[in-house]
Design a protein around this ligand. Structure first.
Ligand code: HAM
Length: 426
């Protein structure tokens, strides 16, 4: 058996995991400021939740779901996205009884059986936000600005915001009819899957990756030109508020995202410094979704961003945060006999809020100093028989190289003071 993570998955090793923590801490700051509260959702749901929500004819439901039967014979699916689960939870927990809109965010792994390539994985992490219970166009704009502000907080500047409107159940039928008329003379030329899409849900032809099909669809009628009065007004209000808030955007009439639940506003943020998989976040409004599950009619809007793709964009824009010092202190023993005292000091420091490490391989003094450096400690505390006898401790500042002796009972006070000064500087 080959010892390897499954295709399309990977370990997030400690150095990278520290960046994930940083990204999450920024989410907590910014999303909280916008009034969003964290929700933790199951990693799998009843398969029907995704089939009904995302849509039977979408690529995700047709080809990409990790579906399995559990020992009780239930069909379950590893979540390919978070929106359907949030909506399920909104209904199950009768969240409409809370002041509306209910504003939630989530962070977690999603699973799609896709062909892996740079920026496209079978397990990937999303951060997402959903606001349920209001169709106010200002909420659409708040969502978009939240996403853009988050990217800006990471100093990602080379981003393109595309928006579109998917209309509603009133304007979509006339459009679908005309789209079918447009496809009809080309039916022989389009791929087998698009022929099926034409029958079941013509809008989904725009998900096709086939170059020949894409060429044909370039001239297809656009949904934005079929919007009813209400959808047109809503879209105009969204565009106006984006402009008034200095948010640059492009209306992309071909932006048809791969979910059936979208209505009205949809948006996507692309990073032009990335390759084929350049969408780092996207979302839109889903005003009929809650009702389609049997919940009381409540509109909704949300987005999700892909953490791995965002990190690729940060790398490409050279915006990765520098390595953080992991430990405040490395406690060094001069000889074997000093180790019990070193261990005691180590525990005392940790319990007082100082992150500290020691050597666990009985290394030489020199090699422990190297370890201290590798562990990115700011200080080495050196204890040997002489120090222990005279009740002192040698403190070496590993950043500027200075060294001094401090009374053993003053060590903690000294380090806590230095730590406070450093925190203030940061
Ligand atoms: P989505 O566009 O499918 O939307 O995914 C959002 C983001 O997840 C993408 O922009 C991309 O960065 C990342 N992503 C998607 N698939 C992969 C993959 N295979 N590998 C790596 N990253 C990936 C949704 O999931 C919707 N639920 C968003 C939403 C929320 N709409 C309304 N509310």
């Amino acid at each position: 058996m080959e010892i390897k993570a499954p295709r399309g998955t990977s370990d997030v090793l400690p150095e990278k995991a520290a960046i994930w923590d940083y990204l999450e801490s920024k989410v907590v700051d910014i999303f909280t400021n916008f009034g969003y509260k964290k929700i933790i959702l199951p990693v799998f749901e009843h398969t029907e939740i995704f089939q009904r929500g995302i849509g039977q004819s979408t690529d995700i439901v047709q080809k990409e779901m990790y579906t399995f039967e559990d020992k009780g014979g239930r069909s379950l699916t590893l979540r390919p996205e978070g929106t359907a689960s949030v909506v399920r939870s909104f209904i199950e927990n009768k969240m409409w009884n809370n002041p509306l809109p209910v504003k939630l965010y989530y962070i977690g792994p999603m699973f799609r059986y896709e062909r892996p390539q740079s920026g496209r994985y079978r397990e990937f992490w999303q951060m997402g936000a959903e606001a349920l219970g209001s169709d106010d166009p200002f909420l659409d704009v708040e969502m978009i600005i939240l996403l853009m502000d988050y990217f800006r907080s990471l100093k990602l500047n080379k981003l393109e915001l595309k928006i579109n409107s998917m209309g509603c159940s009133k304007c979509q039928p006339a459009y679908t009819g005309d789209l079918k008329k447009f496809i009809e003379p080309n039916l022989e030329k389009i791929c087998k899957q698009c022929q099926k899409r034409y029958e079941k849900n013509p809008l989904r032809i725009f998900d096709c990756k086939n170059k020949e099909c894409q060429k044909i669809y370039g001239d297809a009628p656009k949904l934005t030109d079929y919007l009813c009065q209400e959808c047109k007004m809503h879209f105009d209000q969204v565009k106006d508020a984006l402009t008034e808030n200095n948010e640059d955007f492009e209306v992309d009439k071909s932006l048809v995202r791969g979910f059936d639940y979208y209505t009205k506003t949809t948006f996507e943020i692309c990073s032009p410094v990335l390759g084929a998989q350049n969408a780092i976040g996207g979302g839109g409004r889903y005003d009929g979704l809650i009702e389609s599950y049997g919940g009381p009619p409540n509109p909704g809007i949300g987005f999700a961003l892909g953490i791995e793709r965002m990190i690729l964009a940060m790398q490409a824009e050279e915006r990765m945060p520098g390595p953080k010092r992991i430990n405040d202190v490395f406690v060094v023993s001069v000889d074997k006999d000093s180790r019990p005292e070193v261990f005691k000091l180590l525990m005392e420091l940790r319990r007082s809020g100082i992150s500290a490490e020691m050597d666990f391989a009985e290394r030489s003094l020199r090699s422990q100093m190297k370890q201290a450096d590798k562990k990115k400690a700011e200080y080495a505390l050196i204890l040997g028989p002489d120090e222990i006898k005279s009740g002192v401790c040698t403190i070496k500042d590993l950043i500027n190289g200075t060294q001094e002796n401090i009374k053993r009972n003053k060590v903690l006070e000294y380090l806590l003071k230095k730590k406070r000064v450093n925190e203030r500087k940061n």
